[in-house]
Write a protein that binds this ligand. Structure first.
Ligand code: SF4
Ligand code: SF4
Length: 403
């Protein structure tokens, strides 16, 4: 296995060398917690990659299976005293395994004929088709097709470009509608161009870097310019802010454009709470949520973008004392982009732990900032028979603003 990343930089070998093999990462890994096996935790995965890089292990199906067993939840990275970025090591290895094992066969199949043609062939949603019961209901026409490209308030203030991602476009259009309502009520002009595509998070997670790179190019072009880009999907936001610049090597002119896009991309919660400001938001609240509500931290928002307070501040304005915390609010829901498809049994175990925590909290509603988590949590509540509604933070805010 090569220890250069997709750009040929030595960052992966530096990450491997930086691991002190202390094992602290085992205490925070949701997969290790289920099995207690060394190979499931970050230290074990790093050891496997190190052995592969030294030629002691072949790039085989067995190695692939071991490295698929990672949620890319970033819990190990956040808690490692040496800052080892295990997700980078795992992703670099998956990219090499994807090519070596010709995994296009596994993850690249086109949609079955029964699915709407409206869903683009390279959409991350296609990964879920391999999961049988994991197939989400696809809305047709999509959110972007239903709405005009541009939404203008009576007295337009800021123009914001809206990156929807596939899940809002095809599975949760109501989240997109709530974004439009809130931002237009705040005198913003919202542009949701249909030339945007999938963020590529599922492609990166499965190792299909060729697809990820072409999707990044498409989105960088679609969001060219100087306007801020708002995102209501934690996984998509993480891609635009952190992954796109790393997809292109130093000196590649596309990297500059990716960095420009990253610098003006905001999760909707940070845009609202920090750029528009809580004074303005609070002044618009008309009817607070009256039932106990809790918040689930999406990994790609809380750890992936270090955004924990902004959504809670918005929800506090919308719910007051009805906003409650759960003990495991920061625990991954088990979705992990392609993890629910590649490791469905462990995904279900982690999801059960999450759902039990939500039930214990007594919350009637769970708000979160990622449509991928929304889908996973909804499924978990349904399977468990738990009467808990799963919503996006922006939907709760829109309702409390009387929109
Ligand atoms: S990844 Fe970090 S926490 Fe885990 S064994 Fe290596 S140094 Fe220790
Ligand atoms: S990213 Fe998450 S699942 Fe993967 S090794 Fe780290 S803690 Fe475990």
């Amino acid at each position: 296995m090569k220890t250069t990343d997709e750009n040929g930089s030595k960052s992966v070998s530096a990450e491997i060398d930086n691991c002190a093999k202390c094992g602290s990462c085992r205490s925070v890994c949701p997969v290790f917690a289920e099995y207690g096996l060394e190979k499931k935790a970050a230290r074990g995965k790093i050891a496997l990659c190190q052995a592969a890089s030294e030629g002691a292990l072949p790039l085989s199906e067995g190695l692939d299976e071991a490295l698929e067993d990672c949620l890319l939840c970033l819990a190990c990275t956040e808690n490692c005293s040496r800052g080892v970025q295990t997700h980078k090591i795992v992703k670099a290895a998956r990219a090499q395994l994807f090519r070596k094992l010709a995994k296009k066969e596994k993850y690249g199949a086109p949609f079955p004929a029964a699915l709407p043609e409206a869903v683009p062939e390279r959409s991350g949603l296609r990964y879920f088709l391999h999961g049988g019961e994991n197939i989400p209901p696809i809305r047709c026409p999509s959110f972007r097709k239903t709405h005009a490209e541009s939404f203008q308030a009576a007295e337009p203030g800021d123009t914001v470009l809206f990156f929807t991602g596939c899940f809002i476009d095809h599975v949760f259009p109501a989240v997109g509608e709530a974004v439009l309502k809130v931002f237009t009520a705040l005198q913003c002009r919202v542009v949701a161009t249909d030339s945007q595509g999938c963020c590529g998070a599922s492609a990166v997670a499965s190792g299909d870097m060729e697809t990820a790179r072409s999707l990044a190019v498409e989105n960088i072009e679609a969001f060219d310019g100087n306007h801020p880009v708002i995102v209501a999907c934690a996984s998509g936001g993480r891609m635009l802010k952190f992954e796109y610049p790393e997809i292109f090597g130093e000196g590649d002119p596309r990297r500059k454009k990716a960095e420009s896009l990253a610098a003006r991309t905001f999760d909707i919660s940070e845009y609202l709470a920090e750029r528009i400001g809580m004074q303005v938001i609070s002044s618009r609240i008309k009817d607070r949520c009256r039932q106990p509500l809790t918040y689930h931290d999406p990994c790609q928002l809380s750890r992936g973008q270090k955004i924990r307070n902004a959504p809670r501040t918005l929800l506090e304005a919308a719910c007051g004392e009805n906003l409650i915390e759960t003990r495991l609010s920061n625990l991954c829901c088990g979705s992990g982009m392609v993890y629910g498809v590649s490791c469905p049994e462990t995904s279900k175990k982690i999801l059960s732990k999450k759902i039990e925590d939500l039930i214990r909290s007594g919350a009637k509603t769970v708000a979160t900032g990622c449509p991928v988590c929304m889908r996973q949590l909804s499924k978990g509540c349904r399977d468990r028979g738990a009467n808990i509604e799963i919503r996006h933070t922006i939907e709760i805010l829109a309702e409390s603003m009387g929109l």
